[in-house]
Design a protein around this ligand. Structure first.
Ligand code: SD4
Length: 306
């Protein structure tokens, strides 16, 4: 069914990204174009951890993951991509111009360059450089719950107010079609070669136009082990509202993790085919941004389990 356009995205930085998406949606544009344009705002921002400004892996190299999915189960994904500013656009090119869904590492970079994406210098942003130097002192891998909204980069109080590792975005256009995108520098100081949920269709993002769309942020390993975004969409298929579906999926994470659930954050956002939206998180502190014609800018504090 047709309807009013809507875009939602993760964390406080979703507000700026939603405006990028809204430029497309408000003109009657396609949800797919909106979710690409929206997260490009975040990828290009120097003030956060998505894109090339992000924290590096343990070797000091920034590696980027992204995926995109449209209303017809078309999807594209790129992982462990280095020195390319807009991984989301590379993911879309993979979707539209190759017979594959996913390209990784060197081959992904080779494809991006062949497609005309400029190869950026191999250089950390000043904030990431500082955070990496600080991290090297202990070399501990300790993801910090809600670091995305804390104004900090692990492990110390450096960086701007809009730091986060990931943005996931879901949009519904005026025709009633859904699409989603997700882009990240991944968990800071991850092992070289580590992939999280964000580039994985079904974990970080899933779209079934007849049912709804969902996306994840937080501890990627724990989203992967319960096929997060796909689980949320399947719960909506069973009749749950977006919020109830996100909550049921979080309950599953909590059950799997047991006592260890306190050490991690996992958050889901969802949009139904009818245009309802919702979210749920394991812990307090997750916010998501909503943009509609009536309400251009809204930041909602998600309900949570613990
Ligand atoms: C990952 N899910 O790489 C991402 C991290 C994240 O906000 O969402 N950070 O595991």
């Amino acid at each position: 069914p047709a309807g009013k356009p809507l875009v939602i995205s993760t964390w406080d930085t979703g507000l700026a990204a939603n405006l990028g998406a809204w430029k497309v949606l408000s003109k009657g544009g396609r949800a797919l174009d909106a979710v690409e344009a929206g997260v490009m705002v975040t990828e290009a921002s120097q003030n956060c951890c998505v894109g090339l400004g992000g924290n590096p892996d343990r070797e000091g190299i920034v590696t980027l993951d992204a995926c995109i999915m449209d209303e017809q189960f078309n999807c594209g994904s790129v992982a462990a991509l280095e020195r390319i500013k807009h991984p989301i656009s590379v993911a879309r090119r993979i979707m539209e111009r190759t017979p594959h869904v996913m390209l990784v590492g060197e081959g992904a970079q080779q494809f991006a360059v062949a497609q005309g994406f400029p190869l950026e210098p191999q250089k950390l942003s000043p904030d990431a450089e500082k955070a990496y130097r600080e991290w090297l002192k202990t070399s501990l891998y300790q993801p910090v719950v809600n670091i995305e909204n804390s104004g900090r980069r692990p492990p110390g109080p450096v960086g701007g107010a809009n730091n986060h590792d990931t943005i996931a975005m879901l949009a519904r256009d005026a025709k009633g079609n859904l699409s989603g995108s997700c882009t990240t520098s991944g968990m800071g100081f991850k092992m070289r070669g580590r992939l999280g949920d964000s580039p994985l269709i079904g974990s970080g993002l899933f779209v079934d136009n007849a049912v709804g769309a969902a996306a994840a942020t937080g501890q990627g390993e724990d989203v992967i082990r319960m096929a997060g975004a796909h689980t949320v969409v399947e719960l909506m298929r069973q009749g749950l509202s977006p919020t109830a579906a996100c909550k049921a999926a979080i309950e599953r994470v909590a059950k799997i993790k047991g006592d260890k659930a306190r050490d991690i954050q996992v958050c889901f956002i969802a949009v139904s085919s009818q245009g309802q939206h919702g979210a749920y998180a394991l812990q307090k502190g997750f916010s998501y941004a909503v943009c509609t014609a009536e309400n251009q800018q809204q930041l909602i504090q998600s309900d949570y389990w613990l």
